[in-house]
Design a protein around this ligand. Structure first.
Ligand code: BTN
Length: 248
């Protein structure tokens, strides 16, 4: 599935590197890894601090049918692939998991994240959509995240971390198993994995709904991948945006 892998020194952003090459015959499965990024980007317009040498900055190009029923849930599956792949190298404590939709968490500290960008090059009738999928993982430098959130890294979680190339190899191997399954079967086969890694389950969270900021208890995800939150008799489904945990 991953036919070409480029490992570059320091570039602005691995997502940008691939998206700039979409019109130049880039083939699905192309992977770009950088030692460091000068303009690393996170979700919701945030920066992704990317000091050289310490962490994983990886993007790949992939296509999915425009008609795929669970396109927006892809990001959850990428997070699950990261955890499933890495845990084959070293078990994780139970405190490691995902904060919906795709923050890699240990306790309440973030150690990685995923940025998926969708491109429409051709006509809207093009049966496939182009996706650039970016994965950032703190390996030995916990300061590589926006200062607003608590952060950690894999070497702190595990006590030591293998070479980045070893981590990347298991990640790509797991992605090559999960992505074709997601393409054919959607999110359904991944729901039990999510349950095992859900770091928000039963926690009080705040989120923004059309009617304003709401607080409720997180209750897993819907079959489509939305975060379910209960507030009294009301059940919300959160489809986008950011969710914050409360310590009650
Ligand atoms: C997040 O906000 O949690 C997502 C962070 C995604 C960072 C990765 S690092 C590789 C790729 N290139 C980027 O510029 N961003 C993503």
């Amino acid at each position: 599935m991953f036919e070409s892998i480029e490992w570059l020194p320091i570039i602005p952003s691995t997502n940008d590197y691939l998206s700039e090459r979409l019109s130049q015959g880039l083939r699905p499965g192309a992977v770009c890894i950088a030692d460091g990024q000068t303009k690393g980007r996170g979700r919701l317009g945030k920066n992704w601090a990317s000091p050289p040498g310490a962490n994983i900055y990886l993007s790949f190009y992939w296509q999915l049918p425009r008609s795929h029923p669970n396109l927006s849930a892809l990001t959850l599956v990428i997070g699950l692939a990261v955890l499933e792949g890495l845990k084959k190298l070293h078990p994780f404590p139970e405190t490691v998991g995902l904060k919906w939709p795709n923050d890699l968490w240990h306790g309440d500290a973030k150690w990685g994240g995923i940025l998926i960008e969708q491109f429409s090059r051709g006509a809207k009738t093009d049966p496939m959509v182009d996706l650039i999928i970016g994965i950032g993982i703190n390996v030995t430098n916990p300061t590589a995240l926006p200062v607003q959130c608590e952060h950690t890294d894999l070497s702190t979680i595990w006590g030591e971390a293998p070479e980045r190339s070893v981590l990347i190899a298991v990640l790509l191997k797991q992605l090559a198993i999960f992505l074709p399954l997601f393409e054919t079967a959607g999110l359904q086969p991944f729901l039990p994995y999510w349950d095992g890694f859900d770091r928000l389950k039963n926690r009080m969270v705040t989120f923004t709904a059309p009617e304003g900021v709401q607080t409720g208890r997180a209750r897993g995800i819907s079959p489509q991948g939305a975060l379910c939150v209960e507030k009294g008799d009301t059940r919300f489904e959160v489809h986008s945006g950011e969710v914050h945990t409360l310590s009650v």
